[in-house]
Design a protein around this ligand. Structure first.
Ligand code: GLN
Length: 531
């Protein structure tokens, strides 16, 4: 049976609970345990699929097509295991499941209540996710004290009785703020959030204290005394220059050893963290740098293109070059001109997106990169716009467009997929998740991947219109990847250009710090050619 690590958050949000959970996962996996991680999001949305990137950052997609919170991306990148719909739980998902069962008469006429029906359902999901695992880490989104988080806290409180107290450990990530006026760290908010946890019956075993200033022993002892944990279980985690440092830093402070002790698991074998050390060293100390323009429409939100930026970093690490990302709002390209916005960049990346705002700026950017032989990588919407640009400016199809931007376009080189026509619902209706793609031998794509078939993840409604394939290919834009078993273009590229390739899928989702995605690696390699 699996053992459980519950991670809650106190005082404020954005303390890095997700990175803490992911880092702990890395450490436990490196010690030889089978680990999985679950994100619990107490919001009412069934999944993250309908959420605006401005509010919530990117939507991470798993192989089985779940549209999830971006923390799952951290988990996958850190523990290097593919996750699934099982790894994400929301209030919306739990309640809709329970209500559906009630409609089918599953509760035999009983009154359906938060306790026990909702809390049991949560626990059943957590138990199921534990099958075949040694340790399951569960991160509860939000902050202790939030009304909507209560059923989940109650469920994890009960889990200790379900699995036995020796199989559950509670880890509370909290803030020790620095008060500039007093020039000292303050423990009171942490005391209050632990009191709140205890009020609902959870006694945290370990406190992960986020601080901007070093804590002394006296302060740790004080927190331990007030919060009823041993002084050794008060772990100070300072801000780190990169998230890749966090597993190393947590290990140095023995968080993994402590967790294993609580769970009565063997803790003597040290994890081999040499690959993470190399990642941090190269990330911090790469001797050369390339600047890559990320031309999108949600660039003000730092998490909207999180996996894309991470994938660029991973590729930079593999080439031992530093990546500087220049965030360019595509609408600004329209008003300020492409030369001004892209001046001096070594490469351009056009990420995914929805809707028509800023699209002409993307098309102008693509033209500029194509004509000036600047390496360019297009992801999903980016690939679609590469097709539109080529159709307009090289094939002479002046009215070429995507139907997403202009439903009445003269030349719909990108059109709505057949199965998407007339759908009335929004959530979970796109072409989602992993599909296999066959690569054209000898193409830049095939050379980058080094194999003939790949599996990539998708999230889109529109696709390449095959009516125009011949015309585009004759004009030089080659199709180098097609979906297996279906005539759907997945990759286009331009031979003779240093790197001009677009993929209908989200390659960034499968990149790992120690194993960069082949297309990102080849793209960054091309950007570093002329340094
Ligand atoms: N909006 C485009 C589509 O639905 C692209 C989606 C994306 O970039 N994820 O096909």
């Amino acid at each position: 049976m699996a053992k459980y690590v519950f991670i809650t958050g106190g005082v404020v949000s954005s303390l890095g609970k997700g990175i803490t959970a992911a880092s702990l996962g890395t450490l436990l996996k490196k010690r030889g345990f089978k680990v999985s991680i679950i994100k619990v999001d107490p919001y009412l949305n069934v999944d993250a699929g309908t959420m605006n990137p401005f509010q919530h950052g990117e939507v991470f997609v798993t192989d089985d097509g779940a549209e999830t919170d971006l923390d799952l991306g951290h988990y996958e990148r850190f523990i290097d295991e593919p996750l699934s719909d099982q790894n994400t739980v929301t209030t919306g998902k739990i309640y809709s499941g329970v209500i559906e069962k009630e409609r089918c008469g599953a509760y035999l006429g009983g009154t359906v209540q938060v306790i026990p029906h909702i809390t049991n359902d949560i626990q059943e999901r957590l138990t199921k996710a534990g099958e075949g695992q040694d340790v399951v880490i569960i991160e509860i989104g939000g902050t202790v004290g939030d009304i909507e988080g209560l059923p989940f806290l109650e469920a994890i409180r009960q889990m200790a009785s379900r699995v036995g107290p020796e199989n559950a450990v509670y880890c509370h990530v909290t803030l020790i703020p620095w008060l500039e006026a007093a020039r000292e760290l303050k423990t009171k908010p942490t005391q209050h959030s632990v009191q709140e946890l205890r009020r609902i019956g959870i006694l945290p075993n370990i406190l992960v204290c986020r601080t901007s200033h070093p804590m002394d022993e006296g302060m740790k002892n004080k927190i331990a005394l007030f919060c009823t944990v041993p002084p050794g279980a008060v772990i100070e985690v300072p801000d780190e220059p990169t998230i890749y440092q966090v597993p190393l830093s947590l290990h140095q402070r023995n968080l993994d050893g402590l967790i294993l002790k609580y769970l009565s698991l063997p803790f003597e074998k040290e994890p081999d963290l040499s690959d993470w050390r190399l990642v941090v060293d190269r990330f911090m100390n790469a001797p050369r740098a390339v600047e890559i323009a990320l031309v999108g429409k949600y660039v003000q939100h730092k998490d909207a293109y999180l996996s894309v930026v991470e994938a660029l970093y991973h590729a930079g690490i593999s080439h031992n070059v530093k990546i500087k990302v220049r965030s360019v709002e595509s609408a600004d390209v329209e008003t300020q001109g492409v030369e001004a916005m892209l001046n001096g960049v070594n490469g351009v990346l056009i990420p995914g997106g929805f809707g028509s705002r800023g699209i002409e700026g993307k098309i102008a950017t693509i033209r500029h990169a194509r004509e000036n032989k600047i390496p360019l990588l297009g992801i999903c919407l980016g690939m679609q716009m590469m097709v539109v640009e080529y159709a307009r400016n090289v094939c002479g199809l002046a009215g070429a467009h995507s139907q997403e931007m202009d439903p009445a376009t003269v030349h719909p080189v990108i059109h709505l997929m057949e199965e998407q026509v007339g759908l009335a619902r929004m959530g979970g209706t796109m072409r989602l998740g992993a599909y296999e793609c066959a690569l054209t031998p000898g193409s830049a794509a095939a050379r980058a991947y080094g194999v003939e078939r790949v599996s990539e993840r998708h999230r889109h409604r529109y696709e390449f219109n095959n009516t125009y394939r011949r015309r585009l290919e004759d004009a030089g834009l080659k199709v180098s990847g097609v979906c297996v078993g279906r005539d759907l273009v997945e990759i286009v590229e331009l031979p003779g250009h240093p790197w001009f390739l677009g993929g209908q899928f989200h390659a960034e989702l499968k990149s790992r710090p120690v194993r960069p995605h082949p297309l990102f690696a080849a793209f960054v390699g091309a950007t570093a050619q002329n340094l």
